[in-house]
Design a protein around this ligand. Structure first.
Ligand code: G4P
Length: 525
């Protein structure tokens, strides 16, 4: 393939995640984006899947039992000369480390905020990971068709709670029953809201309202809009594309996903303001997407997507070169060569075979147990490893042991495999070698228990611990007397020291008492 064609393919790719708190409207927005891309013909498809009405054989048993999605799926579609990959971040009870890890595989993020609620807990956690990676984050404030918080208050909240500059690109005119539309500060057009009918645009320079404006927006609201625009122009942040691309400023848009209002203009701006796939650090330096050989890394392993086959799917983010089905690759960790005969791409939970893929794309590889989270795979050429994925702090902990001591070998095998897949974190206490599992979400424990029984025929016993905060720490900084049962010292599977704090109070007390001990929230090598 010519370098030029490759460059076009890379430049047109956008790989992003939608981060939000449950119920903010992520599913609804995703659905509207899929409609834009022509991937679905009617609204309701994605929601039906979520509510369990969507028939598919691809859900794990536990997913079916609970009617929720355990795993993140990937949606791919084309829109306006772009090839889009949306990587879903599972929320609700299925919030897990996979949700965090997904964010290591994307180049940008859309943050959906419920305008009636503002910033919520899960949004904040996911935002922090995006911020750490310095990726562009665009904000969509949803549910303007409902009475919500004051837009200025919402901006303040973004700046104060998330500690990021904001720039409202669109601005709402009224809300709830009095919602009339939004004003776009870039295009200088008002998008008029008509409930279930299609919206339309009228020009407005922010000063003189034409008859067309006055026919569609109440005069009182036009005056209010003028004041608010000049306030934003004078007192607000300046816009800077560089800051957006560096993840230092979030452009903000207002709309209503359910009414499909403001979604298209938001997405058009999103495509303009975000970057195509970016270079990644590796053991041989930066690997650009244009690098000649295929390379990618595994950010997620999903078991039993199809219970009939008991197979595993490793999700690969393509970082450079061209992926072709059936190609030979080297697994960098073991330097083993393998042929990639089975590969998939995804629309929600249905799979299609993929024959080729390019930087930015996410593909699923059939995995017979060869892969681990963070593995690098490479086509021809020099073998290298991408930098390790960061480790994220679990918040739930449980001591685990096998019920029947005779099954100890199976237990060890199962736990090793599931930990390598990233299903849970495993810690050991230094002297007694107690095994402690760490999870971000409750469901991880349930999946672990279910899989230990189903795949390794082992019954396990959990005893839940009080501890709720984990921080990595340099072992050399730990002194006698610093730790006890409320500040438990454990080691992760790479022998890095971790402190488990019983609660926020104990955590603060420790920080006050030992201000020099550096405590890491996210562990990066
Ligand atoms: P999530 O994926 O972030 O969890 O949110 P989801 O899209 O499922 O939306 C959560 C609820 O909010 C849904 O209502 C959905 O219809 C509603 N919603 C989403 N966007 C908007 C919006 O722009 N305006 C308003 N007013 N509501 C919105 P539900 O009652 O839980 O489900 P359903 O009965 O509508 O299916």
């Amino acid at each position: 393939m010519s370098t030029e064609k490759m460059k076009d393919l890379i430049d047109g790719r956008r790989t992003f995640a939608i981060i939000s708190h449950p119920d903010a409207g992520k599913t609804t927005l995703t659905e509207k984006l899929l409609l834009l891309g022509g991937m679905i013909r009617s609204a309701g498809t994605v929601k039906a899947k979520k509510s369990g009405k969507y028939a598919t054989s691809d859900w794990m048993e536990i997913e079916k039992q609970r009617g929720i999605s355990v795993t993140s799926s990937v949606m791919q579609f084309s829109y306006s000369d772009h090839h889009i990959n949306i990587v879903d971040t599972p929320g609700h009870q299925d919030f897990s480390e996979d949700t965090y890890r997904t964010l290591t595989a994307v180049d940008s993020a859309v943050m959906v905020i419920d305008g009636t609620k503002g910033i919520e807990e899960q949004t904040l956690k996911l935002f922090k990971v995006c911020r750490m990676r310095g990726i562009p984050i665009l904000t969509f404030i949803n549910k303007l068709d409902r009475e919500g918080k004051d837009p200025l208050e919402l901006l303040e909240e973004i700046e104060d709670v998330l500690e990021i500059e904001s720039y409202p690109v669109t601005w709402p005119i009224g809300m709830g029953k009095r919602f009339q539309g939004t004003y776009d500060r870039f295009t200088k057009k008002i998008e008029i809201y008509r409930g279930n009918e299609d919206s339309f645009h009228v020009d407005f320079d922010g000063k003189e309202a034409s008859d067309e404006v006055l026919q569609n927006v109440t005069p009182e609201y036009v005056e209010m809009l003028k004041d608010e625009i000049s306030l934003l122009d004078e007192a607000g942040n300046d816009f800077s594309v560089e800051k957006v691309k560096a993840g230092e400023l979030t452009p903000v848009f207002f709309g209503s996903a359910i009414a499909n209002f403001g979604v298209q203009s938001f997405f058009d701006a999103f495509l303009n303001l975000t970057s195509p796939p970016q270079p990644r650090n590796s053991s041989i330096g930066e690997i650009t997407p244009e690098y000649k050989d295929f390379s990618g890394f595994i950010f997620k392993i999903q078991a039993n997507m199809n219970p009939a086959h008991r197979d595993r799917i490793a999700f690969v983010r393509v970082c450079s070169g061209k992926f072709e089905r059936g190609m030979n690759v080297t697994l960098a960790r073991t330097e083993r060569k393998m042929k990639l005969a089975q590969s998939h791409q995804f629309l929600a939970s249905s799979r299609e075979t993929v024959d080729e893929a390019y930087p930015g794309d996410i593909i699923g590889l059939y995995d017979a147990g060869n892969y681990q989270i963070g593995d690098t795979i490479i086509g021809e050429g020099q073998v290298f490893k991408f930098e390790p994925l960061p480790k994220f702090p679990p918040e739930l902990f449980a001591k685990v042991r096998v019920k029947n001591a005779m099954k100890h070998k199976h237990f060890e095998k199962g736990i090793t495999q599931l930990v390598q897949e990233g299903a849970v974190q495993l810690y050991r206490t230094p002297y007694f070698n107690d095994l402690i599992l760490g999870a971000v979400g409750e469901l991880q424990f349930q999946v672990f228990e279910h899989r230990m029984k189903a795949e390794y025929n082992v019954d396990i016993e959990f005893s839940r611990m009080q501890h709720s905060i984990a921080r990595w720490v340099d072992k050399k900084q730990l002194k006698d007397g610093m730790t006890d049962s409320r500040v438990l010292h454990v080691e992760d599977r790479d022998d890095h020291s971790v402190l488990l704090f019983e609660n926020e109070f104990v955590f603060r007390l420790f920080q006050d008492k030992y201000p020099d001990v550096k405590l890491l929230n996210i562990f990066e090598v």
